[in-house]
Design a protein. Structure first.
Length: 411
């Protein structure tokens, strides 16, 4: 099966990503660490460059031409995000630094004002540290309890146990849409339905899902959805928290400062309307403009074809890598996307990563910020291959070849 047999023209796509055309240690770069961060198409790089070269100014303040242009570009990006995830209105789109800040915002604002002693927050056993630690901090502060929905050996949430965890003290559910360490796609719609039947709001950690799936927040009916621009072909330092208006309205501010106020006296401050109430201080304006360009790029792609192509890369990775002696796949869920994690018997993933690096191959070797999950599978770390639509079947095969080199060196 060759890439040319798919409807997706990967050669043309690769031309859009200047970073891919380089050698590393004298070998053509094979970039398969997309779950950590994706590469940027030229249009995103140019949008940021254009912003600084022509429009740079602070937003929402100046009456001058540059400030108006910068404000327009920033707010246009908000509308693009709104349409991209099908939010009901752009006031529900809060710009953040990334997924981590989005989750901290919800824990720090909604959580601090709604969670009390003895209350329970439900997460799952496959969460990223970003979706564990903010809730632990909140639980410690409030005397609340963190409950963890277990997973089976394939890396799927055990439905019955999840449902049983939703009890009279449950006040919030926060789960990952697509796991960065396993590739599991959680049955989030059903999980949300079950929580809503008990009036429990749900946050989805969409850090990984946004690059691979078409997310419709109204269709999912999630209450919050957090994601990062840099994992969906946009720049670092920018992200989005979607929240339903009703909830955002009743939440206190997360940070105080410029832009989030309506008026300030030493006696009392009134807050700005949504979404500005949650955007204190000068934001990463160029980053948001870059995110807008990334959305334009994704919208111009044939996304179903891109998703089908990515699926074929994942299937090829599963088949090719699992045929290497000693490979144990970690994460074999039936619903799975774009992440292939594995352990290689008797060889530490760091050694795997270093040898592959010498071959010009970039993969992730580590705990992927999911230490409790690694413990669940009895491994200190895994090696993770995370393809994007700009990767090729040949690149996946290069990883398998690299693994044979690793085995030769370390066994
Ligand atoms: C599932 C998941 N959640 C949260 C995060 C945190 O994202 P960021 O570091 O962009 O805030 C990541 C990043 O790896 C992730 O994969």
């Amino acid at each position: 099966m060759g890439a040319e047999h798919t409807a997706f023209d990967v050669r043309a796509i690769r031309e859009d990503f200047p970073i891919l055309a380089q050698t590393v240690h004298g070998k053509p770069l094979v970039y398969l660490d997309n779950a950590a961060t994706t590469q940027k198409p030229r249009s995103v790089i140019e949008a940021i460059d254009h912003f600084y070269a022509h429009d740079n100014s602070n937003i929402h303040r100046g009456l001058h031409a540059l400030s108006e242009r910068a404000t327009r570009s920033y707010e246009d990006a908000r509308s693009k995000v709104q349409r991209f995830i099908n939010a009901a209105e752009s006031a529900e789109i809060v710009f953040t630094r990334g997924t981590t800040e989005g989750i901290n915002l919800v824990a720090g604002s909604y959580g601090r004002s709604h969670i009390g002693p003895g209350d329970e927050i439900v997460i799952s056993a496959m969460e990223h540290h970003s979706n564990i630690v903010p809730w632990q901090i909140l639980c410690e502060e409030k005397g609340a309890r963190l409950r963890v929905a277990p997973i089976n050996d394939a890396g799927e949430i055990v439905w019955k146990e999840y449902e049983e965890l939703l009890g009279p003290r449950t006040r919030f559910v926060s789960v990952v849409h697509l796991s960065n360490a396993l590739g599991t796609v959680n049955p989030v719609r059903r999980m949300i339905e079950a929580a809503h039947a008990r009036n429990i709001p749900v946050l989805l950690d969409g850090a990984q899902a946004m690059a691979h799936m078409q997310v419709d927040v109204q269709d999912l009916d999630c209450d919050f959805y957090a994601f990062s621009s840099h994992k969906m072909y946009g720049p670092t330092g920018t992200g989005v928290l979607y929240g339903k208006r009703r909830l955002l309205e009743e939440m206190p501010p997360y940070q105080g400062g410029g832009d989030m106020i309506s008026s300030v006296t030493f006696e009392k401050t009134t807050y700005n309307r949504l979404p500005y109430k949650f955007e204190a201080g000068t934001p990463h304006i160029a980053g948001v403009v870059g995110l807008g360009a990334a959305i334009d790029y994704l919208n111009a792609l044939d996304r179903p074809a891109a998703a089908a192509y990515e699926h074929s890369l994942m299937v090829h990775a599963i088949e090719t890598l699992s045929s290497v002696p000693g490979v144990r796949l970690i994460g074999t869920a039936r619903e799975k996307s774009s992440v292939v994690s594995f352990a290689l018997e008797g060889i530490h993933p760091h050694n795997v990563g270093s040898v592959l690096d010498q071959e010009g191959i970039a993969v992730r070797a580590g705990h992927h910020c999911t230490q409790p999950l690694m413990r669940r599978f009895g491994v200190p770390a895994t090696t993770r291959v995370s393809p994007s639509f700009y990767n090729t079947l040949e690149e996946i095969e290069a990883v398998a070849k690299g693994l044979y080199k690793v085995i030769e060196m370390f066994r």
